[in-house]
Design a protein around this ligand. Structure first.
Ligand code: SF4
Length: 107
């Protein structure tokens, strides 16, 4: 069986495409796995907790029971997904059950 130059180019392009798709999938998975560190300076400054029920109401008087990231205007996670992006913590995901003092209820 003789391989033409055209066949070679087509199969090479397929291999490269598959590699790029795999690399993007791995990168996306790695990015999605980055959760906000509650002990980071910004998280501490904003009183962020992964679990809003653990917010210290005395230290965070703005907090009202029932508030959580999934009901915040800034939350960009998809409904039903436990973690999602928030522009306050760029490049990291917050918990849909989390809370911070920048909480802004959805309209
Ligand atoms: Fe959660 Fe809203 Fe604070 Fe972002 S701004 S961490 S979505 S409460």
């Amino acid at each position: 069986m003789k391989t033409t130059r055209r066949d070679f180019l087509i199969s090479s392009a397929s291999v490269v495409s598959a590699g790029v798709v795999s690399a993007l999938a791995v990168q996306r998975q790695a990015m999605a796995a980055q959760h906000v560190d509650e002990n980071s300076p910004l998280a501490k400054q904003l009183g962020y907790k992964h679990d809003a029920t653990l917010v210290d109401a005395k230290a965070e008087p703005k907090y009202k029971p029932g508030e959580h990231c999934a009901t915040c205007q800034l939350y960009q996670g998809k409904p039903g997904e436990p973690w999602g992006p928030c522009p306050i913590f760029q490049g990291q995901d917050v918990s849909d059950k989390g809370w911070c003092s920048a909480y802004t209820p959805k309209a």
